[in-house]
Design a protein around this ligand. Structure first.
Ligand code: 2HA
Ligand code: ZN
Length: 273
């Protein structure tokens, strides 16, 4: 069996293709990582085509991820090219037994490095793995235009952005009743952005990066992609309505509560009035 035939690789290829078609990945924008299960790691070991790379320091230590394997997009790779050549655009990395270094096991067949956001992804995997009892496996970062636009229109707080999204589409409180975290405008790929995001990820499954994009997590590709899509759709409605002259009415706090109650999810009450 070839690595590209493994379901966890096919799933990432599909996500990259779908994200590109949504218009969320100009040039080399965005990145995604997936934490393999023990079974998938065994499967991957049978599909290796090269010797392991050298160990490279991560710059951080993620002890609860020690020894784990991750599938990742490559630094500078374009999402639109992933389906054409997954073995050039993607890579498998293995973490060492202390969780402070990684080495390449597969992919990047024409050279290169894992995503420039590898450290942020690892810190956030570490936090979400702990927060979800091991369920969380996907970290997905994209640049959807409307969520970026919203960060110019609303106050940059968790409450203001979460409530603006909930007020704009009934699907929003159902899909992310916990809201979204928000961090200010920070240097892309920086360790400061990584730490700021991971503080938010202790409480939220997605974080808005002001004027930049969204970082979304989930137990599988569908859930993480679906969260990205739902946040972006609500932001799109908000921005469309704002640009059309502003809302005559919004979904009220009472209606948001009723929607959450109706589908049996716990809304973050302190964000409502
Ligand atoms: O170009 O999206 O945040 C990759 C990125 C950096
Ligand atoms: Zn980005």
């Amino acid at each position: 069996m070839k690595m590209t035939e493994c379901a966890f690789v096919e799933g990432m290829v599909r996500l990259c293709s779908d994200g590109w078609q949504q218009g969320w990945h100009e040039r080399n924008g965005g990145n995604v990582t997936y934490r393999l299960t023990a079974e998938e790691t065994e499967e991957a070991r049978h599909c290796l085509t090269r010797l392991p790379g050298e160990w490279v320091k991560l710059g951080i230590a993620v002890e609860n991820l020690a020894g784990e394997w991750f599938l990742a997009t490559g630094s500078g790779k374009f999402f639109r090219n992933v389906p054409l050549n997954p073995e050039d655009c993607l890579c498998l990395v293995e973490l060492n037994e202390t969780g402070d270094s990684y080495r390449l096991r597969w992919g990047l067949c024409n050279g290169g490095k894992p995503t420039s956001e590898l450290a942020p992804h690892m810190i956030n995997h570490s936090v979400r793995k702990a927060a979800t009892g091991g369920a969380c496996r996907v970290m997905y970062h994209a640049h959807p235009a409307h969520i970026v636009a919203l960060t110019f229109l609303e106050e940059l707080t968790d409450k203001a952005i979460s409530r603006a999204l909930w007020q704009s589409e009934t699907e929003a409180p159902m899909v992310f009743p916990g809201g979204v975290g928000v961090v200010g405008c920070m240097v892309p790929g920086s360790i400061d952005l990584a730490w700021a995001s991971s503080e938010k990820m202790k409480e939220y499954d997605s974080v808005v990066w002001a004027h930049h994009g969204l970082f979304a997590s989930g137990p599988d590709y569908d859930t993480a992609f679906g969260l990205m899509h739902t946040v972006e759709k609500a932001a799109q409605v908000r921005v469309l309505v704002t640009g059309a002259g502003g809302a005559k009415q919004l979904i009220t706090d009472e209606e948001i509560r009723a929607i959450a109650e109706g589908c049996g999810v716990q809304i973050r009450e302190e964000f409502l009035q």
